[in-house]
Design a protein around this ligand. Structure first.
Ligand SMILES: Nc1ncnc2c1ncn2[C@@H]1O[C@H](COP(=O)(O)OP(=O)(O)O)[C@@H](O)[C@H]1O
Ligand SMILES: [Mg+2]
Length: 255
């Protein structure tokens, strides 16, 4: 359900600018992700979307401007992350369970590092099973990751990201290398997860933006935030839009 939510802000970005070296990559970005949002980020390649996510996650230092995280998100594991292009080496013989457990490692600080272990505890396996069940992959827990389809592998990556029960799930172009049917299923899954997890997803998929998103942030170095619950910005899913046209609209109009 599209709704403008003025409730609790999970992430507040204020006057954020960033450069890796000389070139300004992000120029004075401002937006808020509210609890319960299905928040989308879109815009051309090279515009700075992944950089923005890395700043939010603290993988890059925010030197200019501020990123305020709600106290719910203070612990790193309260944010689940599915990075762009997770190139799993398909020759590497790891199981679905192994991949999911990689997302859960820090939860057990007192335990031995995973690499020194011969197995997982019952509790850990139960936790992995639960998150695999949420993405419809519980039957594949013992499967080799190399035997799965692209869509199934991405589901496992999502299970990995939600294993620690995050409040916010961030996904960077999660369907870029998946067939159309697989893409639909992933977004249906994200919509279900959105019932109790706030979603922030980078996507070029217009159907997703028009049908699922509460807000869309268009980033091309500068940012434009659109509240899709407002009639003015409503995108009619029955009307044919080509990506170029929509991108142009999103890049021109702002609240
Ligand atoms: N680690 C890095 N060092 C220097 N420049 C980078 C680095 N990562 C990305 N860039 C540059 O920053 C710009 C934005 O990249 P990115 O955030 O990945 O854009 P997007 O995700 O929107 O495609 C690009 O010009 C890219 O080449
Ligand atoms: Mg990117």
């Amino acid at each position: 359900m599209k709704q403008s939510k003025e409730s609790q802000a999970l992430i507040t970005v204020k006057n954020l600018s960033f450069r890796y070296d000389k070139e300004l990559i992000l120029d004075n970005i401002n937006f808020t992700v509210a609890k319960g949002d299905f928040f989308t980020v879109t815009g051309p390649n090279g515009g700075g979307k992944s950089t923005l996510i890395k700043l939010i996650l603290g993988l890059l230092p925010a030197k200019k401007g501020t990123i305020i995280k709600d106290s719910e998100l203070q612990e790193a594991l309260e944010i689940g992350y599915v990075p762009q292009n997770t190139n799993i080496n398909l020759e590497f013989p790891i199981s679905v369970l192994d991949v999911v457990m990689m997302g859960n490692g820090q939860k057990h600080k007192g335990a031995l590092p995973l690499f020194n272990r011969t197995g997982y505890s019952k509790l850990e396996i139960e936790c992995a099973k639960q998150s695999l069940a949420r993405v419809g992959m519980e039957k594949y827990i013992e499967s080799k990751i190399s035997n799965l389809s692209g869509g199934q592998r991405q589901r496992v990556m999502i299970a990995r990201a939600i294993c620690s029960h995050p409040k916010l799930l961030i996904l960077d172009e999660p369907t870029s290398s998946i067939d159309i049917q697989g893409q639909k299923e992933i977004y249906k899954l994200l919509k279900e997860l959105n019932r109790d997890i706030t979603i922030l997803v980078i996507t070029h998929d217009l159907t997703v933006i028009s049908n699922y998103a509460s807000r869309v942030l268009y980033i091309n170095h500068t940012g434009y935030l659109h509240d899709l619950s407002e009639e003015h910005y409503k995108i009619d899913p029955n009307e044919h839009f080509c990506e170029v046209e929509l991108m142009q609209q999103l890049g021109e109009k702002s609240e």
